[in-house]
Design a protein. Structure first.
Length: 713
């Protein structure tokens, strides 16, 4: 099993309650006609984004909602933001959320090597998997093994907001958040079918359909689906899934009122255990899990809506709501020890059922007005979130593994007859009230915001005892930032922001732990010229996380809050679609990460490289005999990382090469318009180096080749 604390429920949860009054229809004389916000989702042909607060052209984002919860031009947000557009997802044939963000500055996806079970990544040195993944502006809550997993084909784009962001989103990682924008209905009819085959016995079918329902364009729909049957690099570990995602939009004739319903159901199977048995901090060739008892089955669903009504040019109200459920059943076999004669390995079989039921609602009121020469966009809101989660553990002995024959899958392995080793139930609800003002005076844009949260956590150790604990936390978060907009597209900015994360538990004396705190100072510059489809950013930052748990030096077996982690560095990032047919995205990160308090003082946390670099570029021939031919290549460099807490062992640096070639048959024959064939190779040279982390070792994902044939009409 990985060194992930599957019971760290203190950081899992997120945020918010609110009940604003429903908006009533405005009087005719007060109504205003709005521009249509639903955009064409046909990808490259449309040249636009997918709506939902994210607008892109090619690879380049122009407007994002995640940074302010309002539709704001990206250069006006005084915080570092990166966007992975739908076109990038298609060009690289992204299969996981982890793959989608691994060309982004400040994001590390290799801390645990290749792990198909989770969408795991770090931002600026801090884990955001448990507390930093959002879907359409609402956190994807989870606990234990019951975290929602993402199918990239259902996404219209991804926004990465870097640095503490509790002022709008409540408790979370100081590293930032990742907001996933679901595909939304389109005004123009759109249909797509795609078949994929590839290495690891991959067979996959995707479909996507959208357009008006009936006469007129007030009722729109979209239906997206994926069916996959595939293996992975690990023996007996599958990568199977079936996903269906319906969406419906209802809007008034004057476009003042919008209601979009977003749903998804997923049935996924992968492996419960990954990695290799480790001795003395080094990996052995023996895979931990056994295909005879290895499945991680997950069923998940979500349903919610986004409602918006604009009364007039001044007042707009919104309500975003979602309820979701994840049911995970994890089975795995692990090697516990190797015999002295090196002929056999003793093993155990584990089962971990884990569930999470969640509800969230975010109510907002936006006011646009002027005070003299100052233009204001004021946002106020109340949000609420609730999670009811349960995780249990059971284990039993498993047959020995023959290390000579390596008889994986050749023996019957029965899991535990009862899940009675341990069970933890958690209930948590969080209410937050926030207020933000984006004030613009001539070329200056001042963003000022504050938020107060109330959070209650109840834990019940059902087994082995019946102990329970209830903890209440409160916290104030803030952000202030200033940007200056030059005519030539340059926009320097400076900002200060804070975050918090609830910490469940108590000290030796019985005092409840306080939330961990994060604060960031950031200075940067963005360049987005009006006459070029280009966005370049540079950011210099420092983040301090305090109140981190560390060992109590007086009372053995207890913890105190004297830990501190400091992350400082700079990032460079470029996305451009300047020349017709040419796309480029590049990123460089320098990160100085250090434990500045508590345990392992002065040492660097595990798994995070000091330097990393990535570059992807692709080009589509525009005319001539090769018109319609596309080709692309990318490289990802990761510097060395520490494998142990005392920094005595180091994982090697590595370079991964990706490539793509595609052909649009419509360029050769009008009758074949919409037919496109594509081949993607990830880790082309099969560099599957080992990554060790805290006594466990993993391998990178080996070479993966996917061929696809798509018909879009």
């Amino acid at each position: 099993m990985p060194p992930r604390p599957v019971l760290h429920l203190s950081r899992l949860l997120g945020v918010s309650l609110l009940t604003l009054a429903s908006a009533q229809a405005a009087r005719a004389q007060d109504s205003v006609t709005l521009d249509t916000v639903v955009v064409d989702g046909n990808g490259r042909e449309a040249g636009t984004g997918e709506g939902g607060g994210l607008e892109t052209e090619g690879y380049v984002a122009s407007e994002v909602r995640a940074g302010t919860k309002t539709d704001t031009a990206i250069e006006r947000v005084p915080q570092s933001i990166a966007v992975v557009s739908r076109e990038q997802i298609e060009d690289r044939k992204v299969q996981t959320l982890t793959e989608a963000v691994n060309y982004t500055a400040g994001v590390t996806t290799s801390v645990f090597g290749f792990d198909p079970r989770f969408d795991s990544f770090y931002i600026r040195g801090f884990n955001v998997q448990e507390t930093g993944v959002y879907r359409d502006g609402l956190r994807e809550l989870g606990a234990g093994f019951a975290f929602p997993r993402t199918e990239p084909y259902t996404l219209g784009g991804i926004t990465i907001l870097k640095g503490p962001s509790s002022v709008l989103y409540g408790g979370g990682s100081p590293g930032g958040i990742v907001n996933l924008t679901s595909k939304r209905p389109t005004e123009d009819p759109f249909y797509e079918v795609e078949a994929q085959i590839g290495t690891q016995s991959r067979r996959q079918l995707n479909f996507d359909a959208s357009g008006p329902m009936g006469e007129g364009d007030n009722f729109l729909y979209r239906l997206t689906g994926v069916a996959r049957d595939a293996d992975t690099d690990y023996i007996g570990v599958a990568d199977d899934r079936g996903v269906i995602a319906p969406a419906f939009t209802f809007r008034s004739d004057d476009r003042n009122t919008h209601l979009t319903i977003l749903g998804e159901y997923g049935d996924l199977t992968t492996g419960g255990g990954v990695g290799y048995f480790t001795e003395n901090g080094r990996p052995t060739p023996y895979q931990l899990t056994d295909p005879a008892y290895a499945d991680f089955d997950q069923e998940q669903w979500r349903i919610g809506y986004e409602f918006e009504h604009r009364f007039n040019e001044t007042v707009t109200v919104r309500q975003n709501l979602r309820t979701a459920h994840v049911d995970a059943d994890v089975k795995y076999t692990q090697i516990d020890a190797i015999s002295p004669d090196r002929l056999t390995a003793t093993r155990s079989a584990w089962r971990i059922p884990s569930t999470a039921s969640t509800f969230q609602v975010d109510n907002q009121a936006q006011f646009d007005f002027d005070t003299g020469e100052v233009k204001h966009q004021v946002l106020g809101g109340i949000d609420y979130s609730y999670i009811d989660a349960s995780t249990a553990y059971g284990f039993t002995a498993a047959p020995d593994l023959d290390l000579v024959r390596l008889n994986y899958g050749q023996q019957r392995i029965d899991g535990p007859s009862a899940i009675d080793a341990y069970r933890l139930d958690t209930l948590q609800n969080q209410t937050g009230v926030y207020l933000q003002d984006q004030a613009e005076y001539r070329r200056f844009v001042l963003t000022l915001g504050g938020r107060y949260d109330w959070l209650t956590t109840k834990t019940f150790n059902i087994l082995p005892s019946t102990a329970s604990n209830e903890q209440d936390d409160t916290n104030f978060s803030g952000r202030v930032g200033l940007a200056y907009l030059f005519d030539n597209g340059l926009s320097p900015y400076v900002s200060y922001s804070t975050s918090f994360a609830p910490t469940v538990g108590s000290t030796f004396s019985g005092s409840a732990f306080s939330p961990s705190k994060g604060e960031q100072e950031e200075v940067g510059i963005k360049y987005k010229p009006a006459d070029l489809n280009l966005l370049a950013t540079a950011a210099l930052f420092r983040i301090r996380q305090t109140n981190v748990l560390s060992t109590d030096p007086v009372n053995n077996g207890f913890q105190i809050q004297q830990g501190e982690v400091t992350s400082q560095g700079f990032e460079l990032e470029l996305t451009a679609s300047v020349v017709e047919g040419l796309n480029v995205t590049g990123a460089y990160t320098y990160l100085d990460l250090e434990n500045t308090g508590g345990d392992n003082l002065g040492f660097v946390p595990l798994g995070i490289p000091r330097q990393q670099f990535s570059l992807w570029t692709d080009y589509t021939v525009q005319d001539g005999i090769a018109e319609g031919l596309s080709f692309g290549a990318g490289t990802r460099f990761l510097g060395p990382t520490w494998a142990d807490a005392r920094n005595t062992r180091e994982n090697d640096s590595r370079v991964m090469i990706d490539a793509m070639v595609a052909y649009d048959f419509g360029a050769a024959n009008e009758k074949l318009e919409g037919v496109k064939a594509q081949i993607n190779a990830k880790n082309l040279f099969d560099e599957d180096d080992t990554t060790c982390n805290g006594g466990f070792c993993y391998r990178d994902q080996g070479r993966q080749v996917i061929g696809s044939l798509r018909y879009r009409f």
